[in-house]
Design a binder for this molecule. Structure first.
Ligand SMILES: [Zn+2]
Length: 57
C-alpha cells in the first residue's frame, strides 16, 4: 500500500470512491496515485485515511 505521494512525498493521501473504482489521491498536491483494491480500501480505512464518496457518477 502506497503511503506517500509519488510527486510531492506528502503522506496526506485520501481515497475517492467513483462508482466501482477507488482512486488514491494526494491531499497536498491533488495528484492521482493509483486505483486501489477493495482490500486496500480496508487498509486505508484502518489507517485513518479520508474516504470521499463521489455520488455524482
Ligand atoms: Zn502530492
Amino acid at each position: 500500500m502506497l503511503d506517500k505521494c509519488n510527486k510531492c512525498g506528502s503522506n496526506k493521501l485520501f481515497v475517492e470512491i467513483q462508482g466501482q473504482r477507488r482512486g488514491l489521491y494526494c491531499g497536498e498536491c491533488g495528484k492521482w496515485q493509483k486505483w486501489i483494491t477493495k482490500e486496500e480500501l480496508q487498509i486505508a480505512k484502518f489507517n485513518g485515511l479520508k474516504i470521499i464518496e463521489n455520488k455524482e457518477n
